[in-house]
Design a protein around this ligand. Structure first.
Ligand code: ATP
Length: 488
């Protein structure tokens, strides 16, 4: 990371804390690694991102419905899905520093270093060797590569490594009062399985016809080996997932459609397209026949925000096997080739899975600007979040110019009206300029000032966040002015 991008990232993190977006969890007890809390503005921004996603998925598609399944599920589900046996990362310890690392992460960092130093051949060769070792789950080979490429521990600088071992990422706990093995339950590491096991419930109760989708937003838990980069890699995080059930043989067509549609969802927020790229998976997960990530250019480089996976019929077939319940769908539509209905089959699944917290960070970084407003006469600057008005935590702030002459009462009267439609904040402390800065810092698109003239003709001054332009408008027009910008 160059100094300026490093600084930008640090500034975003401290801004997020200072202005009530993200706090380290359990801070007064020195925090809990890779766990974070969302503050008053963070919770609003997060909710708005969820709404944007939910509306794009569920409201805009008459064949997609949303559910909310439990975090705890029958332990056999995680056997069937492959998570008990296979949801692990290759881990390695440094004997001197006693620090634990992901073997693949150490290698990826080295690849990046080679690439930065212009050693393209070395980077490509190591990437190839690493992918081969990961595909073959060849743990000794991963260690060999770490030794061969002289990778040192980032903390101690030594190369005294243990063997590579698999580390399961699922958290487990006990259900009920009796602590024996039968009671072990897992905190779900993905929301998808809650959709798979309910797919027939939804299909039957909603009379859904293929193709159809089920969407869900919810918490997922992973005991990540290393916690890095703020809310990019958390141990408790949120996913927004949609599983789209399709007729076997049509998965490629739907995969391409969703891959494109999901990128468009990101770009519709006005983000520069150059900041996004697709990344095709070379090493496919055991359940997938195609997978792409949508990556965003964070200050520390491109990083996955969303995955689009063609999951075949793997999960449903596994659940059929482990539960002994039929997972088949009856398709009454006539196959033009045979002239007969398609009949019974286990659907194929296309999945779109976006991390809400990574989307949150992306949104903050994208919106953050330290703007120089200096003129020849004086130095000035402001920190502003250019959030899309739909996502802004507070839609408008109302300021009485002074705390007397009935101005606070008038301002509150306007606020009481507007708050029926929008999240509004009232502020009367400090000079107007300072109040503007505080609202800029949380991304409020409109500031409304009530002054003496308001008492006479019911007009107010509205000030726009991005241009800082001000105009006099009728108070009665405020719902329309704000509504035009912040409605979805
Ligand atoms: P990574 O390779 O970065 O670990 P992944 O491929 O394991 O991610 P998926 O299992 O595809 O991720 O999960 C879908 C989405 O969930 C990811 O695109 C990411 O946005 C989010 N996600 C996954 N793990 C975490 C985490 N530990 N913290 C925050 N978000 C996460």
């Amino acid at each position: 990371m160059s100094k300026s991008t490093d600084e930008l990232f640090k500034n975003v993190i401290s801004h997020a804390k200072e202005y009530g977006f993200v706090f380290p969890s359990s801070e007064i007890y020195d925090g809990l690694s890779a766990v974070y809390d969302y503050g008053q503005n963070g919770a609003e921004l997060k909710n708005n991102i969820k709404t944007y996603w939910w509306k794009a998925m569920v409201q805009m598609h008459d064949n997609i419905v949303g559910i909310d399944s439990a975090i705890f599920m029958h332990p056999k589900i995680w056997k069937a899905s492959g998570h008990v046996d296979g949801f692990s990362d290759p881990m390695i310890d440094n004997k001197d520093s006693k620090k634990r690392y992901r073997a693949d992460q150490l290698l990826e960092d080295k690849i990046e270093r080679y690439a930065k130093d212009g050693k393209t051949d070395k980077a490509e060769k190591l990437e190839h060797d690493m992918n081969e070792a990961l595909t073959n789950e060849d743990l000794p080979r991963l260690k060999e590569l770490i030794i061969e490429h002289e990778i040192a521990c980032p903390v101690s600088g030594t190369r005294n490594w243990t063997d590579v071992r698999q580390f399961n990422l699922m958290f487990s706990t006990q259900m009920g009062a009796v602590a024996d093995d039968a009671d072990v339950v897992y905190l779900r590491p993905e929301t998808a399985q809650g959709i798979f096991v309910n797919y027939l419930n939804v299909q039957k109760s909603g009379r859904m016809k293929i193709p159809f989708g089920i969407a869900q937003i919810g918490k997922a838990f992973r005991n990540e080996v290393i916690a890095r980069q703020f809310i990019i890699r958390m141990r408790e995080f949120e996913q927004m997932e949609m599983q789209y059930f399709v007729r076997p043989g049509t998965q490629k067509e739907w995969f391409d459609k969703w891959k494109e549609a999901r990128l468009q969802w990101h770009l519709a927020l006005g983000t520069d397209a150059a900041k996004y790229r697709y990344h095709e998976h070379v090493k496919l997960a055991h359940y997938a026949d195609a997978a792409y990530d949508i990556e965003f250019e964070f200050p520390f480089g491109f990083k996955e925000v969303e995955g689009i996976h063609s999951r075949t019929d793997f999960d449903l077939k596994q659940h059929e096997k482990f539960s002994n319940k039929k997972m088949q769908y009856f398709d009454p539509e006539v196959d033009p080739e045979t002239g007969k209905p398609y009949g019974n089959y286990v659907p194929y699944v296309i999945e779109t899975s976006i991390g809400l917290d990574r989307m949150f960070l992306l949104t903050m970084i994208n919106a953050f600007e330290e703007e120089d407003l200096s003129t020849e006469e004086k130095q000035d600057s402001r920190t502003v979040l250019h959030l899309h008005p739909c996502l802004a935590p507070v839609k408008a702030a109302i300021f009485p110019l002074t705390k007397k002459d009935g101005l606070p009462e008038k301002a509150r009267e306007i606020m009481d009206r507007l708050k029926l439609d929008f999240n509004i904040q009232y502020e009367e402390k400090d000079a107007i300029g300072k109040r503007y800065r505080r609202q800029d810092a949380i991304g409020t698109p409109f500031c409304i000032t009530v002054d003496h003239q308001t008492l006479e003709d019911d007009t107010v001054t509205i000030r726009y966040r991005d241009t800082m332009a001000q105009e006099r408008v009728a108070s009665a027009d405020l719902e329309k002015i704000i509504g035009d910008q912040v409605s979805w």
